[in-house]
Design a protein around this ligand. Structure first.
Ligand SMILES: Nc1ncnc2c1ncn2[C@@H]1O[C@H](COP(=O)(O)OP(=O)(O)O)[C@@H](O)[C@H]1O
Ligand SMILES: [Mg+2]
Length: 318
């Protein structure tokens, strides 16, 4: 199977295209976005040299499923998924912050805590916590949404408001949505025997209306643990079994890469690439509870183009 790492379509009324780290985002007439989830993979904000077959489809389908499952909580940007790798939806002006919500102390938050940090983005953390411990209540640790090539930076609600990045009224809404979405994500995960550890949401506005945008609850934007074994592992100070892109970061770190300048990405052999595809398929099946059915990768470009065109025509947007 081939990895689809780059698309370069020219749809009617297309005004621009943004090649993100993972997604190719086509702006159709400043009205709808056609978002193609490619097979690119990023870690530490760097795009790795090889793509991961099926990854784009997996991300797109998980996000679509969770956007549908949270529609009653807040409006989201999705209008349709005309292709396994594509979501089309409402074009928004994104707020320049990412809303990270954490139910447990791990990852970068744990590293911060271990080094003595107690005020994380305005949240005062209790003393005596251990890695992977559950917070009394989930906390929001926002980051700025960095320009291309930059790293996102931690920021507090107070700073967001003081800098005018988001108005107090809008912030109150996205804060409320964030907590409710995380609650729902937690409940859905629990049905699959999983713990939603932390995740990231992005919001934007179209006119005066606030929408949830981007992907949600995917292994790229979230961390999951298996619920089974969590307590025992935690009691014994053992690592948790994770379902997220964390294994890719761990593989990179074990091979001397942490996204710092001057460091070299370790070689991605066919074995490494296939291993990552298999992990993504495992993640998909665990998170959704459904069998993964790969789309044909032959002529994927043509397939995607035709599927999107049919949708645009049907909606009179071509
Ligand atoms: N509905 C939307 N309106 C506007 N921008 C969106 C919408 N949904 C997602 N985006 C943006 O599209 C991009 C998705 O591509 P991605 O590969 O994640 O890029 P990045 O490298 O910027 O994270 C993100 O920048 C995200 O903020
Ligand atoms: Mg992104």
């Amino acid at each position: 199977m081939a990895a689809i790492t780059h698309t370069d379509f020219n749809f009617p009324k297309q005004k621009s295209v943004y090649h993100g780290k993972v997604r190719d985002v086509y702006n159709i007439n400043d009205d709808v976005l056609v978002m193609v989830a490619s097979d690119r993979i990023s870690a530490f904000d760097v795009i790795l040299p090889k793509g991961i077959p099926c990854k784009g489809q997996i991300l797109n389908q998980i996000a679509a499923k969770f956007l549908d499952a949270t529609q009653d909580i807040c409006p989201n940007w999705k209008l349709a998924t005309p292709d396994p790798m594509v979501t089309v939806g409402v074009m928004c002006k994104g707020f320049p912050v990412e809303m990270i919500v954490r139910g447990y102390l791990c990852g970068s938050a744990w590293r911060f805590y271990k080094n003595g940090g107690r005020n994380l983005c305005g949240n005062i953390l209790p003393e005596g916590m251990r890695e992977n411990q559950k917070f009394p209540t989930p906390i929001i640790t926002p980051t700025t949404k960095a320009e291309q090539g930059e790293h996102d930076a931690d920021i507090s609600k107070e700073e967001i408001l003081a800098k005018g990045l988001v108005s107090p009224e809008d912030y109150a809404v996205i804060e409320d949505y964030t907590m409710k979405l995380f609650q729902r994500g937690t409940e859905i995960a629990a049905k699959q025997g999983l713990i939603l550890v932390d995740t990231k949401y992005e919001f934007g506005k179209a006119g005066d209306k606030i929408y949830l945008i981007d992907e949600i609850h995917t292994p790229d934007s979230s961390r999951y643990f298996y619920a089974k074994g969590y307590e025992e592992n935690f009691a014994q100070g053992l690592p948790q079994k994770q379902l997220s892109k964390e294994f890719v970061r761990e593989w990179l770190m074990a091979n001397g890469f942490q996204g710092q300048e001057g460091q070299q990405v370790p070689e991605m052999t066919e074995e490494v690439v296939n291993g990552i595809t298999n992990r993504y398929i495992e993640l998909y099946e665990n998170i959704t509870g459904e069998k993964f059915v790969p789309a044909d990768t032959e002529n994927a470009d043509e397939r995607i183009y035709n599927n999107v065109m049919n949708w645009l025509k049907e909606k009179g947007k071509e």
